[in-house]
Ligand binder design. Structure first.
Ligand code: ZN
Length: 298
């Protein structure tokens, strides 16, 4: 019986007759494997409705999520890296920069912008992981420093969205100097009592964790984000012990006191707006206090 017997072996459709599934129509959750349409995934702010897995997104999406009507003024958008060390690995560093810029449509691994969230002014610096692993080179450090200067000058709260593999190897020492530079700028911001909120997203590691990412007035994170300095394998080999379960996850880091809270992406905008209101400069809160005192007297 031909029905129960395979007459022809295997799949015989020639490649040219195969039908392509159009790209980008469906999204499969890497955690629970639920399949949803990309439109729905976008509506869920790139999180899984079933298991709450937070997909990695970049500055384009974060700006869209945070800024009112997706309106913002981008700062220093044309800053691009030079090649101070004449660095060559599998290809020369300038070639790598140009190729990555073409592929990602970005100038470097961070974008900075001024806009409003729920009508409150905010300067946001958001890293892009798809630009050489969100690595921190001199352009990243410079753009963040300039955004902090802008915040200081205009007395607007500053928010950093970190997402990085750490320092940029191709800039070696220059890359490491960005840690000191950005930290010093943040100290000046703090002296002027301008609030700084740091959001750590998946993954925040290396020099970024060791500098600006952990210096916020509030250090917050998205669920499940990897947060650490060195990778787990390096640590395991160094201390010669097995690492605890969930090591370097946002939840583990929160439990050990390095984070203030973890926020779901859908609540992010409101929570940031609440924090800015809470951290408003003294004049405004003093004015509110006087008003409430007067109300109390009456
Ligand atoms: Zn899921």
């Amino acid at each position: 019986m031909a029905w129960f017997k395979r007459v022809e072996k295997g799949i015989v459709t020639p490649t040219e007759q195969k039908k392509e599934t159009p790209d980008g129509l469906w999204h499969k959750c890497p955690e629970c494997k639920t399949v949803i349409s990309t439109a729905e995934h976008r509506q869920q702010l790139y999180t899984c409705a079933k298991c709450d897995f937070h997909d990695r997104i970049n500055s384009h999406e974060y700006f869209e999520i945070l800024f009112d009507e997706n309106r913002f003024q981008e700062l220093d958008e044309n800053l691009s890296s030079s090649d101070p060390l004449n660095f060559v690995d599998t290809k020369p560093y300038p070639d790598r920069i140009v190729a990555t810029q073409r592929k990602t449509n970005l100038k470097d691994a961070v974008r900075t912008a001024h806009g409003t969230i729920n009508d409150l002014d905010l300067v946001v610096a958001c890293m892009d992981f798809n630009f050489i692993g969100g690595s921190m080179g001199s352009v990243v450090g410079e753009k963040i420093s300039r955004a902090i200067d802008y915040s200081r000058k205009h007395k607007i709260p500053f928010m950093m969205i970190s997402k990085s593999g750490g320092a940029r190897m191709m800039e070696a020492g220059y890359s490491l100097m960005q840690m000191a530079k950005t930290s010093a700028k943040l100290a000046l911001l703090s002296e002027e009592k301008v609030p700084y909120i740091s959001l750590l997203t998946d993954p925040t590691t290396g020099g970024v964790t060791a500098s600006f990412a952990m210096l916020g007035d509030f250090n917050i994170s998205e669920p499940g984000a990897l947060i650490g300095f060195a990778g787990p394998r390096v640590i395991k080999e160094t201390i010669g012990k097995d690492l605890p379960k969930g090591f370097q996850s946002a939840e583990f880091v929160l439990e050990h006191g390095f984070l203030d809270f973890i926020v779901h992406r859908k609540e992010l905008k409101q929570r940031i707006a609440d924090l800015i209101t809470l951290l408003r400069p003294e004049e405004t809160s003093a004015a509110t206090e006087t008003a409430s005192n007067q109300a109390a007297v009456k």
